[in-house]
Design a protein around this ligand. Structure first.
Ligand code: BTN
Length: 264
């Protein structure tokens, strides 16, 4: 009898012959599922190993932020990818994971999920989920990517500092979502999106991402390091870069940054 929030052996059976999810390790508590994959990479974890935790003590977000990881309230999941592709293709993996995650939540809940470049998943304008991709480079091996996904499911409240910007499926829909059902849908989508990605179906990926976002046609400001750039969001290029048209007509292709919507 397990008190974990997720039935990983059922998932392992479903994904036993798939690229992602053939081996799923569940941990009641860990510092970070991304960190656990990083440790396992050095020990030879194969591609597609999945780590799921009920609780993270040092969950990581983008740009050095932490990820609030209340026990059993969220889905905290990481997987290891080893695509044999040139490094300039790897930046699309965040968008691929975003499409897989947004679609999985939508399929399970019918909630109006939206994507915000590059890694945010929003519900009713608040952050519901996030993706953290980290690159692992070791001498004489092809680079590997850790894909970490955090989804706020059953939180009733959030710490003061993120209360205004974060939300959960329970807060927004009033429903308790099954970790196992959502993880199954997510791994199914990740397998299919990753297969398409490896086959080079980047136009289709960018189309799917664009359809699930409200970004394009809007005036936005992108903050990156100590620079900010305002303009109209035009689209994504095939490297997953955001194309921003500035008021002087120049189209900038941005590879990272923090987007904020301008009012008016
Ligand atoms: C972000 O939006 O800033 C990214 C959040 C990513 C959080 C997930 S939870 C599972 C995995 N392990 C981590 O430490 N971070 C990612």
């Amino acid at each position: 009898m397990t008190s974990s929030s997720i039935d990983t052996s059922a998932l392992e059976q479903i994904f036993s012959t798939c690229k992602l999810g053939h081996s799923i390790r569940f941990l009641p508590q860990i510092d970070s599922t991304n960190e656990e994959i990083r440790r396992g990479f050095s020990e030879g974890f194969p591609e597609g190993t999945v780590i799921i935790a009920d609780c993270q003590t040092q969950g990581r977000g983008r740009q050095g932020r932490s990820w609030h990881s209340e026990a059993k309230a969220g889905l905290y999941i990481s997987t290891l990818l080893k695509p044999q592709l040139p490094p300039d293709r790897l930046s699309c993996i965040t968008l691929m994971a975003g499409v897989a995650t947004a679609s999985a939540i939508q399929q399970q809940t019918s909630a109006p999920i939206r994507l915000k470049w590059p890694n945010d998943i929003l519900l009713n304008g608040k952050k519901l989920a996030g993706i953290l991709c980290e690159c692992l480079v070791e001498p004489d091996t092809t680079p590997a990517i850790i894909v970490g996904i955090g989804i706020n499911l059953n939180h009733s409240h959030f710490p003061e500092e993120i209360r205004d910007i974060a939300t959960s499926l329970k807060v927004e829909t009033g429903k308790i979502i099954s970790h196992t059902d959502l993880a199954r849908q997510l791994l199914q989508n990740m397998n299919s999106e990753y297969e398409d990605f490896l086959q080079g179906k980047l136009t289709s990926l960018m189309q799917k991402w664009t359809q699930q976002s409200d970004l394009f046609g809007k005036t936005i400001t992108v903050y990156h390091k100590d620079r900010s750039l305002t303009g109209q969001a035009i689209g994504l290029d095939l490297h997953g870069k955001l194309i921003l048209q500035t008021p002087d007509g120049i189209q900038e292709h941005l590879d990272s940054g923090e987007v904020s919507f301008n009012s008016g």
